[in-house]
Design a protein around this ligand. Structure first.
Ligand code: CUA
Length: 362
């Protein structure tokens, strides 16, 4: 039987057990639990690659960081003033032994009324002006015309990435060229959704922008150093919302060009894996996945034309290798509970053939 829990603020009471867990313990439990669940995703096991909000790597993230510290600064001054006055008054006007007299009763004071109306009004106006100025800056066009376009479509629970200028589609791992000091290379993102609301968020590059069904939003990102930037879906979108990771691989222009050339090509046709390819086409796989150069043209799941050029599968959940592909195809629900890829109940030999074929899609 599940014990009844009363939640009062951050105090948890278990009446049947006679136990009360107080604030600090409840916070500690929540922190340990959340760090354990974060530790399960591969990006966290690969070192310091957690999304970092305090280390901007592009102009938009820098503007957000600046306004963040200005707002924190203003709030800190207010906290300091209010806190000091509060403590000072508590000490100064404390009840003293033997003094039972009534304090002076004040009714109406224009000066005080004006002070506590104007001070907050001016503070809130100042904050609003600063924030609106930043929003206008963020919404402005990127500083260069040498921009690439990428159409980002949020799906339950993965990201479709379409490069319309080059005519190919990939998934979950956005590859962009690095900006040079004298040549900015911003990437325009057109954000859409195929099902419910998602939100595209790579904190080191820019703020969050929602992907809303039936609407196209836009934003731009730019990165000044070659690195991998991690992001995630920032709008609750169902069971696997937490496992909808984004990788932005920022690479040199030469590597980017090479990558684009490879992505533009049709899938390699390797006769040594023909049996696996046939199984893939006979099963329902081809109804949901596209592999350019073959009959498979489904759009419901990720494009697999160059699957092996991606480092992870299941939207950043697992490394893209034989072992994980085998797990994923044999029992999708084991890796990603509630995922939209059905369990095809493939036999072990079939799984092996199909995995062999997928591994050939470089
Ligand atoms: Cu997609 Cu949350």
């Amino acid at each position: 039987m599940i014990p009844r829990i009363h939640v009062i603020g951050l105090t948890l009471r278990f009446p049947s057990l006679g136990v009360t867990v107080r604030c600090a313990v409840a916070i500690a439990v929540i922190m340990v639990w959340s760090s354990l669940s974060l530790a399960q995703s591969p990006e966290f096991s690969q070192g310091n690659d957690a999304p970092d909000m305090f280390n901007p790597a592009g102009p938009n993230a820098e503007s957000i960081q600046e306004i963040f510290w200005v707002v924190i600064g203003i709030c800190a001054v207010i906290l300091g003033l209010v806190g000091t006055t509060l403590i000072w008054f508590i000490a100064k006007y404390r009840e003293r032994p033997g003094d039972n007299s009534e304090p002076p009763q004040i009714y109406g004071s224009r000066a005080i009324e004006l002070a506590w109306t104007l001070a907050p009004l001016l503070t809130v106006t100042l904050l609003a002006v600063l924030v609106i100025a930043t929003v206008i800056k963020l919404r402005a066009d990127p500083p260069s015309t040498a921009a690439h376009r990428v159409r980002v479509v949020g799906h339950q629970w993965w990201w479709e990435l379409n490069y319309p200028d080059h005519g190919f589609t990939t998934a979950n791992e956005l590859v962009i060229p690095v900006s040079e000091p004298d040549l900015a290379k911003p990437i325009y993102l057109q954000l859409e959704s195929a099902d419910v609301c998602h939100s595209f968020w790579v904190p080191r590059l820019a703020g969050k922008t929602d992907c809303i069904p039936g609407r196209t939003n836009s934003m731009w990102i730019q990165a000044g150093e070659p690195a991998t930037y991690f992001g995630r879906c920032a709008e609750y979108c169902g069971t696997q919302h937490a496992k909808m990771l984004i990788r932005v691989d920022c690479v040199s222009q030469a590597d980017f060009d090479k990558w684009v050339e490879n992505q533009k090509a049709d899938a390699v046709s390797d006769d040594s894996v023909a049996a696996g390819r046939d199984r893939f086409m006979e099963m329902a796989c081809m109804n949901c996945h596209a592999i350019r150069g073959t009959r498979a043209a489904g759009e419901f799941g990720p494009d697999l034309t160059h699957l092996m050029s991606r480092k992870t599968i299941c939207s950043g959940l697992a490394l893209n290798d034989r072992e994980n592909l085998t797990r994923w195809i044999s029992k999708p629900d084991d890796l990603k509970k509630g995922c939209r890829m059905p369990d095809m109940r493939l036999t072990e030999p079939d799984v092996k053939l199909i995995v062999d074929y997928l591994l050939s899609l470089k």
